[in-house]
Design a protein around this ligand. Structure first.
Ligand code: IPD
Ligand code: CA
Length: 263
């Protein structure tokens, strides 16, 4: 299968999965469990949607590996791995806020974000009706329109961030916000890292930063940013919660400097 075909498959599955998530939301859903902290919820829909994605991939790409937020990792034999967040922004989903997404990436190489290379990805926000897609070397797209990150921020950068769900880490996150506000026009807090990164790719945000993301939160969005001409990188501020920084190159570099305390 070519990279373009893999991208088409990612998009097709993301649409089907997102439509299922939305249907479940529209007809009510049950909270299934808490994960890392009380605020980190998982809904029955998260599990059902990941199951759907996993089944479709098992049928269509049986040799590929899988890494999903809810059902974990399985190594494949093809050198490709699908990295899946069935509902990114679960808290938004539970509260009835439209900003949630299905995030699917197919990556090549060792199943480790430090080593793999993105091949194709899709982020679908069913309640917003938007599908963001990227294929390596072929650009990033939103419903047929080619995306590009912003390059000029004369009035300061419009930035996005997230805090994660553990209240114990909020102080450190707020300290970061205080630092980066010196370069910001304003700050947005969307609640889905996959959508934040899609918005950077689409030029709706000039930059994004967040500590402690998991691979499934950023795998699809990272390729979108890169294919839209932007940069995403990781900073080891503390070992357990690496910081991710994304944007057009100027905003990305400035964010890194400020966040690392070199400014
Ligand atoms: C979360 C979202 C949120 C981010 C958290 C993630 P989930 O993913 O991406 O924006 O701030 O760090 O864990 O748990 O809703 O899939
Ligand atoms: Ca997530």
């Amino acid at each position: 299968m070519s990279d373009i075909d893999l991208g088409a498959l990612a998009a097709d599955i993301a649409r089907e999965a997102g439509d299922l998530a939305k249907r479940r939301r529209d007809s009510g859903f049950a909270l299934a469990a808490t994960k890392s902290t009380l605020a980190d919820i998982v809904t029955e829909a998260d599990r059902e949607v990941e199951q759907l994605i996993r089944e479709r991939l098992r049928t269509e790409r049986p040799e590929d590996g899988f890494l999903g937020e809810e059902t974990g990792a399985q190594r494949g034999t093809s050198g490709l791995t699908w990295v899946v967040d069935p509902i990114d922004g679960t808290v938004n989903y539970a509260y009835g806020i439209a900003t949630y997404s299905v995030s699917i990436a197919v990556v090549e190489g060792e199943p480790d974000p430090e080593q793999w290379q993105g091949v194709a990805s899709a982020v679908y926000a069913p309640a917003l009706g938007e599908l963001f897609t990227a294929t390596r070397g072929e650009g990033a797209w939103l419903d047929g329109r080619r995306l590009a990150v912003t390059t000029e921020t004369p009035a300061g950068a419009l930035l996005g961030t997230g805090f994660g769900y553990d209240p114990a880490t909020h102080d450190g996150d707020l300290l970061m916000v205080r630092r980066v506000m010196t370069m910001a026009r304003d700050l947005r807090r969307m609640g889905s890292a996959a959508i934040d990164l899609s918005y950077v790719a689409a030029g709706r945000l000039d930059g994004f930063f967040e500590r402690g993301l998991n691979a499934w939160d950023f795998a699809a969005g990272a390729l979108l940013v890169q294919e839209a001409g932007g940069v995403i990188s990781r900073l080891e501020l503390d070992s357990s919660r690496p910081m991710f920084v994304a944007g057009g190159s100027a905003v990305h570099d400035r964010l890194r400097t400020i966040i690392s305390g070199a400014d």
